[in-house]
Design a protein around this ligand. Structure first.
Ligand code: UD1
Length: 350
């Protein structure tokens, strides 16, 4: 059996790692990279650190407006699929690369499996929300990470094509956490254990409006501990365009971290402030309190269990939320036990 994985953006490389490993020796696995993320720190280091085989195809699509970016991928992937003719196209998450691959495969009558199916924010302003809904409805096999995701798929009439497999990000996080523990890495920039926060801000809703980004940066700058701000290229570009200084107050802006360094930085921090989807869940899995700068989250379990607080409309609540009392311990495992990739491979091969 031949499986063709399509990836393009940073969170997809993380999800690809456990799948590539679980498929080894079980199926012929071809990897196509759309090139949506192309900086070394946003792409190459993930392949190296997570032991992912180099992509067989790289479309080098790069940045652009959504329609142009998605359309260029669509045309490029059609050529790749025509050449490979896989048994399955496997798509990951909710980026423009996910949607382009799902449409290209569906139109060529190649079965599509969607990993991380069924997540919903119900916020139609997010490009990721369109990408998820459209991909789920185009796909033939929906690989859901959580019970909540299964419920959403059932509500949309998609239960017959859905399988609960767990979350592959748990697989890769647990492996990385154990590898870090064995290596005893030191903390970046001389920071002390639980003496700093980790932050990432990159969503257009937070970066593109000058007033909103100014407020977020001011709130981070006023926090009671240093803030390791892992600056995504979009944040750097928009801060420079709006003439906002990222190096103010408590903030220490640095380049995005490689995955093992990110996990180590979060694990030893006092808390996370983010608008990333993945990081909210990584914080929870490492039992680090998270504050999410968004009006809603797809990972509702993190909020229900008290480990994640959403702040969006009133940004003055950001400081109090970040410095809140730590939540009660929990042994809940809404994101599985770290064996999701094996369940994905089983679903694809049977
Ligand atoms: C994309 C995904 C988002 C995911 C995020 C993770 C979509 C719609 N969004 O958002 O779901 O959370 O990736 O990072 O697919 N840029 C660089 N170098 C790079 C990549 C991007 O400089 O390697 C710049 C681009 O020029 C662009 C900006 O960053 O201005 C945004 O990149 P883009 O791929 O459009 O979306 P992300 O915001 O990264």
């Amino acid at each position: 059996m031949q499986i063709l994985s399509v990836v393009g953006a940073r969170p997809q490389f993380v999800k690809l790692a456990p799948i590539a490993s679980a498929l080894r020796g079980k199926a012929d696995h071809v990897i196509a990279h759309t090139g949506q993320h192309y900086d070394e720190l946003m792409s190459d280091v993930f392949f190296q650190d997570l032991g992912i085989p180099a992509p067989d195809y790289n479309l080098a699509v790069g940045s652009g407006p959504h329609g142009q970016q998605t359309g260029t991928m669509l045309a490029g992937l059609e050529r790749v699929f025509d050449q490979v003719r896989p048994d399955w196209v496997l798509v990951y998450g909710d980026t423009n690369s996910t949607l382009a691959a799902a449409i290209a495969a569906a139109k060529m009558h190649i079965p599509v499996a969607h990993l991380e199916a069924g997540l919903r924010s119900f916020n139609r302003r997010m490009p990721e929300e369109h990408n998820r809904v459209l991909t789920d409805h185009a796909a033939d096999l929906l690989l859901a990470p959580t019970e909540v995701a299964m419920k959403h798929l059932t509500n949309e009439g998609l239960a017959g094509r859905s399988v609960l497999v767990g979350d592959v990000m748990t697989d890769v996080l647990y492996l990385t956490r154990d590898a870090i523990a064995a290596k005893q890495q030191s903390l970046p920039l001389g920071l002390s254990l639980r003496g700093y926060y980790v932050s990432t801000i990159h969503r257009p809703d937070n970066t593109d409006d000058a007033n909103r980004l100014t407020c977020i940066v001011e709130q981070l700058a006023a926090l009671d501990k240093p803030v390791l701000l892992l600056a995504h290229p979009r944040l750097r570009a928009m801060a420079s365009q709006h003439e906002i200084n990222l190096s103010q107050g408590s903030i220490k802006p640095i380049d995005p971290l490689a995955y093992p360094e990110l996990i180590s930085a979060v694990q030893h921090s006092a808390g996370v402030v983010t608008d990333s989807g993945g990081l909210q869940k990584e914080a929870f899995l490492l039992r680090v309190p998270c504050t999410t700068v968004r009006p809603e989250t797809e990972w509702v379990e993190t909020v229900e269990l008290g480990w994640n607080v959403l702040v969006s409309e009133d940004l003055t609540q950001l400081g109090p939320a970040v410095t809140r009392r730590p939540p009660d311990p929990t042994a809940a495992t809404p994101y599985g036990s770290g064996e999701a990739a094996a369940a994905v491979v089983h679903a694809l091969l049977t």
